[in-house]
Design a binder for this molecule. Structure first.
Ligand code: GLY
Length: 588
């Protein structure tokens, strides 16, 4: 008895010491956790976009009682003013809508090839591809779709008038907005490009001098164009003064778009791609984007595995992701294009049965005699190894309203500031979207993506996109609303955020910020963000036969996701803009 008492004290002391140590370790783990930020919370509604001004415009519309479509259209016009790198009226995009009453739909307002376009238009007389023609200057511009698409969405699914949702964008363009460091620097970075076009130089410099952080950036010419759209709707853009200015610019520089192209442009409402992943319904974009089909194919393949919490980031997990990506991007290359022109085998590609066959094929690597697990991309389908630029010049925004409607929109000019040609007198940039076509089978575009007959150039065809605006439903109610810029990396970024939430229970901010990898079949390399590999993971992957894109890995960013998660049980809306970019989740 005499000895028992002190030993009891010792046990209690040790127990306290243990709990205290765990607590301190927990704190220090959190404080050095690279993705520790919390999501923004809201009760009524949320807009997440790459520009704080545009997110605020959207939330103000929600506060006025507008629905998610009203807010999305207002945010879209505002992004054309406050995120000129990718927000636009001279480009195109895609909108995925879930209405609280249950309807799911999509609006395709992707640019189109002009009537003049033909298959060999970017080849020289010997059949050699001339990338400068499809990637830069006026020859790279497709017929813009954004104005028609946003107004179509508003008229069919919105509740407010165009004049009310476009006014905030007009006000910001007229009165100006304070430039952040990043935007001012990007204007300066592209100065040599803007110098090629007097109207671009006039807009993006102070009489030739670079703007600085804190300067007020006004766009009075763009404000006038938006005023005309406000007054006349789509006719304010596709006909009359603005159309004349656009065509004058095109003619002066030797481009292909004509008034007939503008007259014929129509957005198309399409049935969404619907998938199912572990009981969650995936609603995403059909062709002319490859995003929805590729996302559902990837999820279907990966559903054949069951992931445990501590699988995240392990070599075995990355191996599974990469093999699924290789097969999916090989399919993208071969089968995907605008299915108004080419019979895309959508049903097969998004079927569970097809995914099972790929799953079985990708597992054959286990039996490799020398112990390598990576299936060389050339065994999946031969193609030539190519290099590619990484790009994030698309933008995505997600909207949720108090009525339960969800809207997911991705929009782009293709490259940052598109063709960099500001239409003189009209204040908006032309896109360089024609490069998203496969100008010649086997020749990569700016994202290193290959294409085939499915994505060949034809008059009035839409060039294949990777944009993946997506809504995930849980028990038929919105659960996730998300998308990203990043060319081919859009698809793999959206995939990994969905996996992070559904398989690894991360909160939406952690899920969005967590480091990512990307593989697009060719080139046969893993593109990665520096924080993804812990311990020996990279070496283990090397032993499996993988190679890596190591150059610039330190600064690399894969995607820039804007996401909303709805916690229906606790009646709370959670928003996150990616730590990789400048945007905000605005709420009320
Ligand atoms: N321009 C990039 C994409 O649409 O995927």
């Amino acid at each position: 008895m005499k000895n028992k008492f002190p030993s009891l004290i010792k046990i209690i002391f040790n127990l306290f010491f243990l709990i205290f140590t765990i607590f301190i370790l927990g704190l220090s783990f959190n404080s050095c956790n690279p993705f520790e930020e919390k999501p923004v919370k809201a009760k009524n509604g949320m807009v997440v976009s790459a520009s704080s001004f545009a997110s605020k415009v959207g939330v103000d519309i929600l506060k006025q009682g507008g629905n998610a479509v009203d807010a999305a259209v207002a945010t879209g016009f505002a992004l054309a003013v406050t995120y000129p790198q990718a927000g636009n009226i001279g480009g195109g995009g895609f909108m995925v809508i879930h209405l609280a009453k249950g309807k799911n739909t999509t609006i395709d307002f992707r640019e189109k090839a002009p009537l003049f376009a033909f298959r060999e238009m970017y080849l020289d007389s010997t059949g050699k591809f001339i990338p400068e023609l499809s990637q830069t200057g006026v020859t790279s511009a497709g017929v813009p779709g954004s104005v028609a698409g946003l107004i179509y969405a508003l008229n069919k699914y919105g509740t407010m008038k165009l004049k009310d949702v476009i006014q905030p964008a007009i006000d910001i363009a007229k009165n100006g907005w304070e430039l952040d460091e990043r935007t001012a620097k990007s204007f300066e970075y592209y100065l040599p490009e803007f110098k090629k076009y007097p109207s671009s130089l006039k807009t993006f410099t102070k009489e030739g001098e670079p703007f600085k952080e804190g300067d007020i950036f006004k766009q009075p010419v763009l404000a006038q164009t938006l005023e005309l759209i406000k007054k006349k709707g789509t006719d304010g853009f596709y006909k009359g003064r603005i159309a004349e200015l656009l065509l004058k610019q095109i003619r002066a520089l030797g481009g292909f778009i004509t008034q007939k192209d503008l007259d014929k442009y129509k957005p198309v409402e399409r049935e969404p791609i619907i998938g199912n992943y572990r009981g969650y319904k995936i609603i995403s974009m059909p062709p002319s984007s490859s995003g929805g089909i590729a996302l559902v194919e990837l999820l279907n393949i990966l559903e054949n595995y069951s992931f445990k919490q501590n699988d995240w980031g392990r070599s075995s997990y990355i191996h599974k992701l990469v093999e699924a990506m290789k097969y999916t991007f090989a399919d993208r290359t071969k089968y995907l294009g605008d299915d108004d022109f080419y019979p895309v085998p959508t049903k097969v590609l998004i079927s569970k049965k097809y995914a099972k066959t790929i799953f079985n094929l990708s597992r054959r690597a286990k039996a490799d005699k020398i112990g390598k697990k990576a299936i060389p991309s050339e065994d999946i389908k031969t193609g030539k190894i190519i290099s590619f630029k990484e790009s994030t010049e698309t933008t995505h925004y997600s909207v949720y309203d108090k009525y339960g409607n969800a809207v997911s929109v991705s929009t782009t000019l293709n490259s940052s500031f598109g063709s960099r040609i500001m239409v003189e007198g009209a204040g908006f940039l032309l896109n360089n979207e024609m490069d998203d076509f496969s100008a010649k089978p086997g020749e990569p575009n700016i994202y290193g993506l290959l294409g085939s007959e499915a994505n060949s150039i034809q008059p009035e065809k839409r060039m294949l996109s990777s944009m993946t605006p997506t809504i995930v439903l849980k028990d038929d109610k919105p659960f996730l609303i998300l998308g990203s810029p990043g060319g081919a990396q859009i698809i793999t970024s959206v995939l990994q955020v969905i996996l992070n939430v559904i398989d690894f229970n991360m909160n939406i901010k952690k899920a969005v910020d967590a480091p990512r990898i990307h593989h697009q079949w060719l080139p046969d390399i893993i593109v990665y963000e520096k924080d993804i590999f812990n311990g020996n993971v990279k070496n283990e992957l090397k032993k499996m036969g993988y190679t890596f894109k190591d150059d610039n890995a330190k600064n690399r960013k894969i995607g820039m996701v804007a996401a909303i998660m709805i916690d229906n049980k606790n009646k709370i809306i959670l928003g996150a803009f990616d730590k990789r970019g400048p945007g905000t989740a605005d709420s009320y």
